[in-house]
Design a protein around this ligand. Structure first.
Ligand code: KMH
Ligand code: ZN
Length: 310
């Protein structure tokens, strides 16, 4: 796709898989999710990556009722692209995880490209201040979970969602996931140009070093030529620095409280919008421009906000 002129900012507003509610800033009620999503869009995010939560206790939800309670409000408040998670929760089946994307047919949804350890159990020792009962055990027991995304799961998700013309955010947490994606393209599950989210810093995936970003990018160039788009998600403390590097390399970026609770070293973010505003400022200060939602639609060849089911 060559070097695109504008940077697409994705904001992951709600989290849930690996960010329970231990930061008071994470939204879990319908009102707070809708408000924080709209604020992130206003700050410069052209894509909103969304999970749902149970509004009573903030636990991860794939219930249509929960999505239905905030999606229309977000659509009314902003023209940002809605991207629904199919990651859901580490303990749910792929069938459950893809249900919201099937029901609401968004312009985009995530597609996780391999099974892996996906752990955040060290947090259980660092935090004392749990808001709800489920959080501590969910976090502490993540050392025993496998985030399951087998080739059969990926095929089931791809086949089920194919009629919806949804653009996938192919989440690749390690270099092998790029090869998984290439294999899936070779057998016809996904068509070029794909949109790849390079993910760094999840315990179980590749680490958040710049060397690894260059390695992932070089590998993707070898596998997909110049017919793909890419973005970078640094989890935790690596969020801003890796996003900055990616934007300077011609890539797109993803921020948001789902991926990091921080705004700077050791300082909790007040909102996802604050993180969007910060990366936007950096991108603009360094001489690039951020894409509007319609520019993001054009860059990623999306079906359009009028073809969703919410
Ligand atoms: N927060 C990301 C590291 C998904 O929603 O499908 C993982 C994620 C997965 O976004
Ligand atoms: Zn997610």
């Amino acid at each position: 796709m060559g070097r695109q002129k504008k940077t697409v900012i994705t904001c992951a507003v709600t989290g849930a898989i690996h960010t329970p509610t231990m930061s008071g800033s994470l939204p879990f009620t319908y009102d707070d999710i809708a408000t924080q999503a709209a604020e992130a869009a206003k700050a410069g995010a052209s894509i909103l990556h969304l999970h749902a939560r149970n509004p009573k206790d903030g636990s991860p939800s794939v219930d249509d009722k929960d999505f239905a309670s905030f999606l229309p409000r977000i659509k009314q408040a902003t023209d940002a692209v809605v991207n629904i998670s199919t990651g859901g929760s580490l303990t749910l089946s792929i069938q459950d995880r893809i249900t919201p994307a099937k029901t609401f047919s968004p312009e985009m949804c995530s597609m996780n490209m391999g099974s892996m350890n996906f752990s955040f159990h060290p947090l259980a020792m660092r935090f004392d201040d749990w808001k709800f009962d489920w959080e501590r055990d969910y976090v502490a027991n993540s050392d025993g979970n496998i985030f399951r995304n087998t080739f059969r799961d990926i095929k089931e998700a791809a086949d089920t969602l194919a009629p919806h013309d949804i653009k996938f955010e192919h989440e690749c947490y390690d270099v092998g996931h790029l090869y998984n994606l290439k294999f899936c393209m070779d057998i016809g599950l996904f068509k070029a140009p794909v949109f790849i989210q390079f993910i760094f810093g999840i315990l179980g995936g590749i680490g958040p070093e710049v060397d690894n970003l260059i390695f992932m990018k070089r590998t993707a160039d070898r596998l997909f030529g110049d017919n793909y788009s890419w973005s970078v998600l640094g989890a935790g403390g690596a969020q801003m620095s890796l996003a900055t590097t990616a934007s300077q390399m011609g890539g797109n970026v993803r921020v948001g409280l789902e991926d990091s609770l921080f705004i700077s070293h050791g300082k909790l973010a007040e909102s996802s919008a604050q993180q969007v505003a910060k990366i936007r400022r950096i991108i603009e200060d360094l001489g690039s421009e951020v894409a509007t939602p319609n520019e993001a639609r054009e860059i990623l060849a999306l079906k359009g906000g009028d073809r969703v089911a919410f």
